[in-house]
Design a protein around this ligand. Sequence first.
Ligand SMILES: *Cc1c(COP(=O)(O)O)cnc(C)c1O
Length: 391
Amino acid sequence: MNADALRAPDLPAWPQYGDEERVGLIRALEQGQWWRIGGSEVDSFEQEFGAFHGTDHALAVTSGTHALELGLEVLGVKPGDEVIVPAFTFFASSLAAQRLGAVPVLVDVDPDTYCIDPSAVEAAIGPRTRAIMPVHMAGQIADMDALEKLAADAGVPLLQDAAHAHGARWQGKRVGELGSVAAFSFQNGKLMTAGEGGALLFPEAELREEAFVRHSCGRPATDRKYFHRSGGSNYRIGEFAGSVLRAQLGRLDEQVSVREERWALLHDLLAGIPGVVPQGRDTRCDRNPHYMAMFRLPGIAEERRNQIVDELLARNVPAFVGFRALYRTDGFWAGRTPEGASVDSIARACPDADAISVDCLWLHHRTLLGSAEDMHAVAEVVAHVVRRARA
Ligand SMILES: *Cc1c(COP(=O)(O)O)cnc(C)c1O
């Protein structure tokens, strides 16, 4: 083929759905209760999603961002408290802390896994630290052994941002078995979806009950007399979303297996391209659901990286630029930030997050639902585009 006509084949579409979703939606419709109070779809989904992740205590909410906010709230984060967050993540991680009036303290990430660096966390822990938020970047679980130890020594809880980690495992343990609160997203692009939605997993019933009350305007499920027990807001998800999520959960495990197999191949093909360094794996993460197929082009200029993404899109590869380091967004500075901090001071303290945010790109996880042949075709396009851009 003429190299300039080089295109990737059509990859599987996302989201995926079938009769399970159709039947679920009709079931919810005909149930006659479209909100979760009195309905059974969200209740059932919570049980199923919790069981899948090894806990009895799950709560579905309106979004992953709300899951993080509510998680921090029930862990006792108050205005002025500090929450340690990686500098390279989606904006919701720090936004959730700022919505509560708390101060996100940004720390560096590992240049290979792009997950929060435990030694940077250790250095950032201080008297006002109230929570530590590891993000399981693209499905790679952060170093939970080191983080659990740091958290226990400091007497501070962990809140796992598991928005990329549906079905992930760390040394055989599922996310709900790791002993800390975890927050998930079901936004359209995530590994299972109802368009929007989120969930929290808790290690114990009391925290889940507290979160339930807060997610329903401070009202326990059985209240009929408007005895609002606490503050909170309305983060309730509806029955239609609950029914779709039940069907989506049924697809997850097999899709994870396919993506694991395809990433093993695509990783090696990408690693063989000069100038391309795929995301590394901490093998203690023994099941990685691969929310993104990420790789770096070390040393590339940001503009050039962005052109490569455009070129990949034009050649049918679903590519995106990596997250912008949080401190390089206006939104971050609109909330509470550490006293005296500036873009430059955080950038100096987070050199790896700063570099990754410039040189990283990712392919949508639907890429990894393609065939083995598709992985070869995608890698060929990446090699061609990167070679031309680097020339
Ligand atoms: C998607 C995402 C969220 C937020 O989820 P929403 O459902 O879109 O609010 C939080 N953290 C990370 C790392 C994400 O990628």
